[in-house]
Write a protein that binds this ligand. Structure first.
Ligand code: FES
Ligand code: MG
Length: 595
């Protein structure tokens, strides 16, 4: 090891000096330097010990949810410059939730891999992670965890509230209702499009507590962004102001050598799990949190979500679990006000360190909510026990259910048997992927009625590469017209964080990986028990064994061919959802030494 590499390892000098000011290797130093001078940077800026801060840019024309980060980056640069650093902005592989096929989940690990190589391979002393749309936040945090150089999250913030006919029109939530109205022929296609578009009135990410708002809140709950960052709506002046402050702080954390591993501790992850229940967060959170944990070396199991998070009450009255949207949530105090309630109730670890150098308790001690109808007090919550239920049985080793969105109607229809109020049984109707579902859902031969449980399989990480957000299936149009707007849905895929459906989802292992769902047949009876946490096909073991042999003889559960090289690579390496859907072997990639 050269002298300078040794000094970098010991934290006595900046890693960018290995490129720009390395007496051990003058030839390479000259080569590195000359090209970064060619657009006007001076030798002095690159060699006088100023920290070089990357701005990992996730916004582009392809990623509208994060596109205003292109503007915000100007304020980040000014902050970096004012704090004595030099900014290098660079692109992250585009990750737009709604615009990419087959699934954005397939691309999360690709964006992660790309960002890891950039952070490792270029002369960066620290990095600002520009987050927003669903997968951009975990992809950036996973990469920062792996390379473990000083890193700070800058959220892009939600869109302004949408409005339609005087009612709040929220991202995703409005679609789920409007598509039922379209199926019931209450509206036509033109009106359907207009209603959906009303939910996206400005720059920013989804304005509901979908996966974007959830993951940005959890980045803050983990301690990786400045306090209050996540909830500021994208167009507000405070958003550009916090961009500037994030730039300032990015330089300081390099001087302090404050790394992700100093912040992303087991306690920080427990705080994130608890915060997720209190905000009514997305069912995608367990996958992403497990993935971030694996890359920093903290084990967060699917069981942790129930043992740590289930009995936490719902405090945030925001769609899909509640009523309001991002603007009210921000005005009521945002995540700091939620954490304030949780801290006073003794639910979160207050002594964990956060990115501003203070503890979580110091950050949120005085952050009292200003509107108790938007952020409810811990002692008088919107709902008790708002976390995820983890279910297990012969259908899968684990799946989750978001109990905070179980409606009164659902409760009455499925959970009101006085002898057995936590369990329901029904006849399974099984679809193999969304195309099969769309082709057959209205087929009268399926005999779908209110005692039917809808299953979808072949939509997990391997089956529909990345895993599709399709488990919240709507019933046949005839049932919707008769007033039955939802049926219990179960599957090895995911659903949008904006969906208010209490589906049983994220089933692991998926059918394509040999999970029990592959053995299920239309007509089987299935029993779900929410108290015991079980989900089982009521099919004799001998019959299941027979089906398993037949499936193996047929070559296993059929999945469609890969259409791109990355799909093939991804399928051969991905873990299941319960493990975070990371690439197998990726745990050992953490490069703690910053050389
Ligand atoms: Fe990008 Fe929801 S689709 S944030
Ligand atoms: Mg989504």
């Amino acid at each position: 090891m050269t002298k300078m590499t040794e000094q970098v390892k010991q934290g006595r000098t900046l890693r960018s000096r290995l490129w720009f000011d390395n007496p051990d290797n003058p030839g390479m130093t000259a080569l590195y330097l000359e090209r970064y001078l060619n657009y006007g940077l001076t030798l002095d800026e690159l060699t006088s010990g100023k920290p070089i801060i990357g701005i990992a840019q996730t916004g582009s024309d392809l990623v509208p949810c994060n596109r205003h980060h292109i503007e915000l980056a100007k304020r980040v640069r000014e902050g970096i410059r004012d704090a004595g650093g030099v900014a290098f902005e660079f692109p992250v592989h585009p990750l737009q939730e709604t615009g990419i096929r087959p699934t954005a989940a397939l691309e999360r690990n690709l964006a992660y891999l790309g960002l890891v190589e950039v952070l490792y391979g270029y002369p960066l002393d620290g990095v600002v992670l520009t987050t927003g749309c669903d997968k951009t936040t975990p992809a950036c945090l996973m990469a920062a965890a792996t390379v473990n150089i000083p890193a700070i999250v800058l959220s892009g913030g939600p869109m302004l509230n949408g409005w339609w006919n005087g009612e709040r029109s929220g991202s995703g939530t409005v679609i789920w209702q409007a598509r039922k109205d379209l199926a019931a022929e209450k509206i036509d296609y033109k009106e359907f499009l207009a209603i959906v578009a009303s939910s996206a009135p400005s720059i920013g990410h989804c304005n509901t507590m979908g996966t974007a708002s959830t993951m940005n809140a959890l980045a803050e709950a983990l301690g990786m962004s400045l306090p209050g960052c996540a909830a500021i709506p994208a167009p507000y002046r405070e958003r550009a102001q916090i961009a500037y402050e994030t730039g300032l702080r990015a330089v300081e954390i390099v001087h302090e050598d404050l790394k992700p591993s100093d912040i992303l501790t087991r306690e920080a992850f427990e705080n994130a799990i608890i915060a997720c229940s209190a905000i009514g967060g997305s069912t995608n959170a367990p996958i992403h949190i497990a993935a971030i944990g694996r890359h920093i070396g903290v084990d967060v199991s699917i069981g942790d979500w129930e043992t740590i998070g289930f009995d936490v009450p719902l405090l945030v009255n925001m769609q899909p679990a509640g009523h309001y949207l991002g603007e009210e949530y921000y005005r009521a105090g945002g995540l700091p006000a939620v954490l304030h309630e949780l801290l006073n109730a003794g639910r979160i670890h207050g002594d964990v360190k956060t990115i501003n150098g203070k503890t979580m308790a110091e950050n949120v001690r005085n952050a009292k909510a200003s509107d108790a109808d938007v952020i409810w007090p811990y002692a008088k919550p919107l709902k008790k026990e708002a976390g995820f239920r983890v279910l297990r049985g012969n259908l899968f080793s684990s799946a989750i259910m978001k109990t905070s969105v179980i409606s009164e109607d659902f409760r009455k229809r499925y959970l009101s048997n006085p002898d057995d109020p936590n369990a329901f049984e029904g006849r399974a109707v099984v679809f193999d992927g969304p195309e099969d579902y769309h082709a057959r859902i209205d087929d009268p031969a399926l005999n779908i009625d209110e005692n039917t449980l809808l299953f979808i399989r072949g939509v997990g990480p391997i089956g529909y590469p990345g895993s599709a957000e399709v488990v919240n299936m709507q019933p046949p149009a005839t049932l919707i017209k008769a007033g039955i707007e939802s049926l219990p849905c179960i599957g090895d895929g995911r659903q949008s964080g904006t969906s208010g459906s209490p589906s049983i989802l994220n089933a692991s292992p998926e059918a394509a990986a040999g999970g029990g769902l592959a053995l299920l047949q239309t007509g089987d009876r299935v029993r779900i028990d929410l108290r015991k946490g079980t989900a089982d096909m009521l099919v004799p073991k001998a019959e299941l064994d027979r089906r398993r042999v037949a499936l193996d003889e047929a070559g296993g559960f059929a999945v469609p061919k890969s259409q791109t090289p990355w799909q093939e690579i991804y399928r051969s390496l991905t873990d299941q959802m319960a493990e975070g859907q990371v690439l197998r072997g990726a745990d050992c990639y953490q490069r703690v030494a910053q050389t």
